[in-house]
Structure formats: C-alpha cells, structure tokens
Design a protein around this ligand. Structure first.
Ligand code: KG4
Ligand code: ZN
Length: 351
C-alpha cells in the first residue's frame, strides 16, 4: 500500500458503524469497523422486472418492507453488540427521493433510539471509497493517491480525480444517459428484462463484438454521451426486424457483444485522455457497470498501455451496497463531519 493512502487510513479510528443504503432499488445494511467489513447484506428488488425499469413508488415500499430484516441480518452476522456502535451512516443522496427517505428515516430513528451520531454519505463518493475497504477481492488493493476513478452506474457516469477520501473532483461526466442506462435501454430494445446490463454482459461473452458497428457519440472535453448510441441501435433494429422478424433472436449474442464493445470504447477513450491530461498514476473503476467483464478487462489493458496501476472492485462492492457507505462514513467521522436529524435527503445531492 502507498504511504499517502496509509496516512488517510490511519486517521480512521476503527469506529464501529452501522450503514444503510437505499438510494435506488437495492436495500442494504452493513457493519464496517475501520476499513474492515463485518457484514454486508443486500436485497435486490425483483418487483421492477415486469415494468422494465425501476418504479419509484414501488421501490420505496419495497425498501420499507426489507429494511428491518436486512438490518437485523447485518447486525447478527457482524457479531457487534448494539451498545458498541459509534455511529449510524446512511445515503443522503443522490437517488430516488422516496427510497432515500426510507433509509434516512430509519437511520435517524436508530440514532435517536441508540443515542448515536449520524453520518450522511454521498452515494457517488461511497462507490469510489469502496476501494479503501480491506478485501483481497478488491483487485489492485488500496489505491495510491491521487487516482482517477471511472464511476459508472445506472444513474451516473463520472470521471473523478480523487486527491484524498474527502477531496474529489469530477473532471468529466455524461451529458445525457448514464453508461448503465445505455446498457439497460439497449437491452430493453433487444427484448431483455430489466436490468439488462448483466444480461448483455453474459450474452456478449458468446458473441462477435465486431459483427456490428454503431456510432460513438462525441462529447466535449472529458465528458460522455450515450443517447445517440441508443437511438442508432433503435433505428438499426427497427430496419433489421422489418426485414427479418427473427433478427434479434438470431443475432442476440453478436448484438450484445457489439453494443458492449461500443459502450466500453466510449468509456475507455475518455479515461485514456483523462490519464494523459492529469498525469495521475492509477485508475480505478466503480459503480454497477464496473461488474461488466468486458469493461474490467479493457481497464486492465488501458492501465498496462499507460503504465499506471489498476483497481477493480470486488463484485460485492460494484453494485449498490451499504459496506461502501460504511467505509465512506469512516473518513467523514474521522474528519468530524457528523449529520443532523434536521437534514433531509436530497435526490440531486451535489457531488
Ligand atoms: O451502481 P448501481 O448498482 O446502481 C446505481 O446507483 O445506479 O448500478 C446499476 C447499473 C444498472 O444499469 C445495471 O444494468 C448495471 O449497473 N450493471 C451492469 C452489469 N452489472 C450491473 N452493466 C453491464 N454489465 C454488468 N455486468
Ligand atoms: Zn450506485
């Protein structure tokens, strides 16, 4: 591990934190002590599958149904006694407002009942700070500072320069759809259920990634754009299906592989430009789309080409999870940033 990262981890006082994450469609609770995860339990909401996307009102109700049993399971698994906790952390945004309110209200109630301080955590900071968790499955280990992080989720696509756990700057972001949204929307056009990203990944493994060529929309500077790709795939499929009604069925794997390659090429091009512009010596992946096998491999190759370190999160910390919230909370607590019962969660919390 690198000295600057060790210095930051040394500021973390091994506090025992119960963390709650409820920003979108995963209900999760975790117990994190310093940078050790004692438990991390998550339940995905399957109810949205039949609607082809997350229905906010249903997500809030599912969180309400799940949050007590999930938290109980995380507490039991951790073996930490309730009276030994130092703080309750929760995701204060960004995300779906109703979903955030469930986690926030629950965390606040526990903080009153157990007389513990609250820690508000920014969901996107937490995706990045999952890299500080001590877990051998985090490929590349704890990153040196500064590092560049590509955060790719269902709602965000950001390139972030991380100078320290509390000093991060967004240097590029999507101007329209997020990378995960592009995967999911194109998967939907192919008739795949929600969320389509993981299914595209699976299909792509058996397909020819160079069979079809789709446009790569350009965005200024280090920004990203994906909506033009989705539209191009839509028109391409409409035409192809008009000529052969079984076109999608017959070409599923090649379509998935070609779409995945295009999305990855858009992402990697900007990462490479950012590495060159900033001179940063390490690159990390974060967010749900970092579970994508093609992207993981492409980032490894990018790092090798540019002679920089590469950090890829364990699958457990790619998609939404409360362990990352607990990790981020450790740094906030160490810096004295505790939350307030009066602060409402924010769907559009500023980075
Ligand atoms: O970070 P996350 O769990 O939730 C948000 O904060 O959005 O990311 C969810 C996104 C979804 O769009 C999902 O399709 C995508 O991550 N995703 C993937 C893969 N696994 C999850 N996309 C491509 N390949 C995957 N293996
Ligand atoms: Zn997320």
């Amino acid at each position: 591990m690198h000295q600057k990262s060790i210095d930051y981890l040394n500021t973390v006082e091994n506090l025992k934190v119960l963390a709650i994450e409820s920003s979108c469609d995963d209900t999760s609770a975790a117990v994190v002590v310093g940078n050790q995860v004692r438990s991390n339990i998550a339940a995905s909401q399957e109810i949205h599958e039949k609607y082809g996307g997350v229905v906010p009102e249903l997500a809030s109700r599912e969180h309400q149904r799940q949050i007590v049993p999930i938290t109980r399971a995380a507490l039991v698994k951790s073996g930490v006694n309730i009276e030994d906790f130092d703080a309750i952390a929760y995701t204060s945004g960004p995300g779906l407002l109703g979903s955030l309110h469930v986690g926030a209200s629950f965390a606040k109630s526990l903080s009153i009942a157990w007389r513990l301080p609250l820690v508000e955590v920014h969901h996107m900071h937490a995706h990045i700070l999952a890299h500080f968790i001590d877990d051998p499955k985090n490929e590349g280990g704890i990153p040196e500072l500064p590092f560049l992080c590509l955060t790719v989720s269902g709602g965000h696509t950001q390139l972030v320069v991380v100078r320290s756990p509390l000093d991060m700057e967004v240097v590029g972001q999507t101007i329209d759809d997020a990378a995960g949204e592009a995967f999911d929307k194109i998967a939907k056009l192919m008739g795949l259920p929600y969320p389509g990203g993981p299914l595209v990944d699976q299909l792509a493994a058996e397909g020819d990634a160079f069979r079809f060529t789709f446009p790569k929309p350009k965005a200024e500077g280090l920004n990203f754009s994906f909506s033009g790709l989705k539209t191009a795939v839509l028109y391409f499929l409409r035409k192809a299906v008009a000529e052969n009604s079984k076109f999608i069925e017959e070409n599923k794997a090649d379509l998935a592989a070609s779409v995945q390659r295009t999305i990855i090429e858009i992402l990697i091009k900007q990462c490479e430009a950012a590495l060159q512009q900033t001179g940063v010596k390490a690159i990390a992946l974060a967010g749900g789309v970092s579970a994508n096998s093609g992207l993981r491999e492409a980032v490894r190759q990018l790092a090798e080409r540019n002679q920089v370190m590469v950090h890829i999160p364990s699958f457990a910390y790619c998609t939404d999870n409360a362990a990352m919230i607990g990790m981020a909370a450790q740094f906030r607590l160490a810096a004295g940033h505790t939350g307030s019962l009066a602060t409402p969660p924010s769907a559009r919390l500023i980075f």
